[in-house]
Ligand binder design. Structure first.
Ligand code: PMV
Length: 332
């Protein structure tokens, strides 16, 4: 087995402050608009890729369970690109685990494909720069492009595969923000985001959302750079409502919110009106990500935990980039 080419990588999921919803080119996952996010420290996916001469087919094992069908095909898109670039023809065994629930609105596909991209490229001996790894991760899941760089990140939509990648515009330690994730349902969602992106253009509101996206992104970037929580809160909530308005008016209509999601949104609005620095955002799921300065995270998390329908609160701070792990790297 000395011939096995193996590497392990770890990546964080990310939370988008300015959302990606809808593709200009679904095959290459070229998004309809630029997006902005930060990585979530404390939450991670760890993935080991082993290219082996003795395998007849690629294998994907997620949390100890073999994945076949569309899930495997998505991973193979990344593996195939790495094989084409490196000249390696061996099949791969991919073993992956998360420390958070999948398919619930914490974007597990982002950290999963970012970790896969790094591990696969390294295992095949490719020493690619960050932008190339971000492009590779994007083939599996658009938001995964944003989990490759660290800290506060912008993904420029670009014109095509070559220029559609994410980069850091402020380091993780630039601003101590926290994301208090109010989990209201651990059930996997009915319509996944890949399908959802395909429906975006059926909403009459998508064109307006996309047309105004550069203005919102500039406001969000400026708010992060100046650490202006009030400005960030306004634009983040506007952006999330625009995305959910598109979801709720596409054909078929997607309604990710549950009663408990609304309880949390109303509570956050009331808290902010009373002077507390909090703001919410939701991805393609019912869980509510409540943003606040990290110094407020304990009290916000405690108050979220007692709201009706909230089953758990996970707190994440701003995380670093996806990285390779060696066998002696501390695992935290
Ligand atoms: O990368 P995907 O296909 O899982 O899409 C993510 C879409 C949202 O999470 C809803 C928004 C975003 O920008 O992360």
């Amino acid at each position: 087995m000395s011939q096995v080419r193996r590497a392990t990588a770890q990546a964080h999921p990310n939370i988008a402050l300015i959302k990606y919803w809808g593709n200009r080119d679904a095959y290459w996952r070229i998004p309809a608009n630029d997006s902005l996010s930060f990585n979530l420290a404390g939450l991670w996916t760890r993935t080991t890729v082993a290219f082996r001469p003795d395998l007849d087919a690629d294998r994907l094992v997620l949390h100890g369970r073999e994945v076949t069908g569309p899930g495997l095909a998505r991973a193979q898109r990344v593996l195939d690109r790495v094989r084409a670039a490196s000249g390696l023809t061996w099949r791969a065994e991919v073993v992956s685990e998360n420390n958070f629930p999948m398919g619930t609105g914490i974007a597990s596909s982002a950290s999963a494909f970012a970790a896969l991209a790094l591990a696969a490229a390294a295992a095949a001996g490719l020493d690619w720069p960050e932008a190339a790894l971000s492009r590779l991760a994007r083939l599996g899941s658009g938001s995964a492009a944003r989990s490759v760089p660290g800290g506060f990140v912008i993904w420029r939509a670009g014109q095509g595969d070559e220029d559609s990648f994410a980069y850091t515009f402020a380091a993780a330690d630039h601003w101590a923000l926290a994301d208090c994730i109010a989990i209201v349902s651990a059930r996997p969602k009915a319509v996944g985001s890949s399908q959802g992106h395909d429906l975006a253009a059926t909403s009459p509101l998508q064109a307006a959302r996309v047309a105004d996206a550069p203005r919102r992104l500039a406001l969000a970037q400026d708010a992060v750079l100046r650490r202006d929580f009030a400005q960030l809160a306004e634009v983040v909530e506007l952006d999330t409502h625009l995305m959910h308005a598109v979801m709720q008016t596409s054909q078929p209509r997607l309604l990710y919110w549950q009663a408990a999601s609304l309880e949390v949104m109303h509570a956050v609005r009331a808290w902010r009106a009373a002077g507390r620095p909090v703001a919410y955002t939701l991805d393609a799921g019912p869980n509510v990500h409540v943003l606040c300065p990290a110094t407020h995270a304990d009290s916000v998390a405690a108050d979220l935990a007692v709201l009706p329908g909230v089953t758990e609160v996970r707190v994440a701070t701003v995380g670093g980039p996806a990285r390779l792990l060696s066998d002696d790297t501390p695992r935290n």
